[in-house]
Design a protein around this ligand. Sequence first.
Ligand SMILES: C[S@@+](CC[C@H](N)C(=O)[O-])C[C@H]1O[C@@H](n2cnc3c(N)ncnc32)[C@H](O)[C@@H]1O
Length: 257
Amino acid sequence: MDPATRQQLAANFGREAGRYAAHRPTYPSAAVEWMVGTQPCDVLDLGAGAGALTAVALAAGHRVVAADPSAAMLRELTVALPAACAVQSAAEALPFQPASVDVVAVATAFHWFDPDRALPEIVQVLRDQGRLALTWTTRDERVEWVRRLGELLRAVQPAALKGDWGTGSVASVERSGLFQPVEYAEFEVTQRVDRGGLLGLVASRSYVMALDDGERRRLLAEVGALYDETVTQNGVSLPYRAQCWRAELATAPRRSG
Ligand SMILES: C[S@@+](CC[C@H](N)C(=O)[O-])C[C@H]1O[C@@H](n2cnc3c(N)ncnc32)[C@H](O)[C@@H]1O
């Protein structure tokens, strides 16, 4: 994604931070355990948004700093998690002490970073034997109604955001030579949503926020009709796969100064 498009789309998160906090899925604790480990440690949740991963990591006993460039997202995070330490910062310029965290965890956000600038910053804040862990939740389109939902969303998704965010991002980590070989694991998670929840989930996507009012209303009407066709009792189950990657720092000299 070119830097201008990235910045323009990423800025949308602040506009709908409340909706985002209310409707996006959480991460399974097994996934966070695989990413971060079981021993309490210092975690930087980078691109933390409204704190979905921060919440799970805090509940598991880790010490978490949540960083995000969006002040509106961090406000949501602080309301939900008053004990969390929230820092307004982008991945490309981290204001943290060198070698101060054990794990940098990035949930559904690494594709927003400029990897050539963010990866050296991440390396800088990690302790020796520190780890970068990435995750994305993707809708499980093996389920027919979820596949149709995906089609509706892809029809309005800009080309820059199409494709497999995880694989592309992991390739940039591998190319950097800054980390040991990347490991992969996958976890299932289901979100129970009612009509408002499904519409809120769709409306909180960066590219849906960027649509003009008419296009957004049309998309939401189509998603509402799909919900009405699919609903059983008080809602539907929306299945996701949490795809996770982790890699430890390379042992070669890595610090820039
Ligand atoms: C899809 S949201 C994910 C939020 C949260 N991690 C979650 O899983 O719910 C992407 C987040 O990345 C943040 N973001 C965008 N560009 C960023 C950058 N360059 N550095 C750090 N975070 C960024 C956005 O502000 C937004 O909160």
